[in-house]
Design a protein around this ligand. Sequence first.
Ligand SMILES: CC(=O)N[C@H]1[C@@H](OP(=O)(O)OP(=O)(O)OC[C@H]2O[C@@H](n3ccc(=O)[nH]c3=O)[C@H](O)[C@@H]2O)O[C@H](CO)[C@@H](O)[C@@H]1O
Ligand SMILES: C=C(OP(=O)(O)O)C(=O)O
Length: 504
Amino acid sequence: MRQVGALIRSARQDRSLTQAQLAERVGTSQSAINRIEQGSQNISIELLARLSVALKSELVTFGDRPRPSHIRVEGGHKLQGSIAVNSSKNGAVALLCAALINRGTTRLHRVARIVEVDRIIDVLRSMGVQVTWYGDDNSVEIKVPENLNLAEIDADAGRRTRSVLMFLGPLLGRFDNFSLPYAGGCDLGTRTVEPHLIALRPFGLEVEATTGWYRATVSHDVPERVKVVLTERGDTVTENAIMAAAVRDGVTVIRNASPNYMVQDLCFYLQELGIQVEGIGSTTLTIHGNANVNADVDYWPSEDPVEAMSLLTAGIVTGSEITVTRVPIEFMEIEMATLSEMGLRYSMTDEYDAHNGKTRLVDITVYPSELRAPIDKIHPMPFPGLNIDNLPFFVVIAACATGDTLIHDWVYEGRAIHLTDLTRLGANVRLRDPHRLDVSGPTHWSGAEVSCPPALRPAVVILLAMLAAKGTSVLRNVDIISRGYEQLQERLISLGAKIETFRD
Ligand SMILES: CC(=O)N[C@H]1[C@@H](OP(=O)(O)OP(=O)(O)OC[C@H]2O[C@@H](n3ccc(=O)[nH]c3=O)[C@H](O)[C@@H]2O)O[C@H](CO)[C@@H](O)[C@@H]1O
Ligand SMILES: C=C(OP(=O)(O)O)C(=O)O
């Protein structure tokens, strides 16, 4: 501990940071940094990783290569207790991008401390945006300078997140020309950017893709009233169009808009900024924009339906009774109805409001149940269908159910294949074609060693199956999970899961 502390102190001093500045960057107190540097406080791997990012120093690497982390799971145990759902990755990244619209101060509260959020914050900071973590509830304050420095943009951080695409909408209100690094994201097969470009063309944006960069030019000769018809009802596409509409003086009607949870979060935030948004929750939005938004606002991103699904799945596949609190029920209704058809027993509290005053939450308790395969196939749809990111969890649930289930992932070209890794743990999961999986259950799970697929939700699905599998399993290269979940392993341990993190 003393050596690690000394290493941190020296990396901090090399970067001319005070303890208070480092504390602020990693979201802890100055006294905690002081104790860490003195070697008198234990540090979690997650905090070490955050310190590494803040110090731009690979504290958690050995030699010249990053050391991936792995977990050992002692499965087959029941879970118990109660666990709360965090705010969402997808809402947080949209709101961080949208904060670029505001010339005043934006304060977001209860933001998930996840790698995807850190990546967007890194890109924002590299452009000169002041982003500060503070307080005990993961609050983040964003102040956008008068002049953004796009020449300094952190292209590496930008390329690691697809969400950087969502800078297009807010930036086209400020610049005539700008460049953004090519966008990354999960390895789910080809994900086109064309729908974004089609959506933003009516706002005067033209984009040329050159090696590693999107070069954007903007014509500001745009009529007062604009109508945008989206070719895909995509979530980030809709968010981009909304942000482009919000940063101009004029009225925009967006058709075929996604009404999904992160889009609603964005609209509620824009309303706080004083922008009039009509039609929230529907596929037609009318936005009365404002080119000079200058407001000091506080906003609480809403709870994550995909995390809710992940936590409920942990209870379901281990045959446990657990309570998942703060479930955004509007975005989980089809999932719960489908689970009900599959024989899941659960109870639900009355609804209560999320901190944003808009999203409806419930607490759900799941009970050990005899699950059966549904009669019809399970497939996702844009909201209000079964959430696209929740589909993978139905594969491991179907594997616990008696009978044959067809899972149809029409959305992603390369996601279903990652779920065939469940066969390593004893499941009978067959790929009919790149989009369809036949799952036959129930499964007699057995422990195994599996490498994490390079996709967030399939990775978590394998981890949850390991909780169900009697014996010891090893899941290698689990760092991808922290892209979208804050301390998932630790939180599962708080429910009684036996999980241990280790490195080679
Ligand atoms: C940061 C963020 O918010 N990410 C979410 C967002 O990504 P994002 O908005 O980037 O999703 P994409 O635009 O890549 O859409 C996902 C896939 O669905 C296809 N597609 C989508 C809509 C449609 O009407 N028709 C169609 O074919 C796209 O071609 C693509 O292959 O939405 C995805 C779909 O809900 C989620 O998995 C991601 O977690
Ligand atoms: C596909 C996902 O996210 P992203 O759009 O960030 O790749 C996801 O959250 O499952």
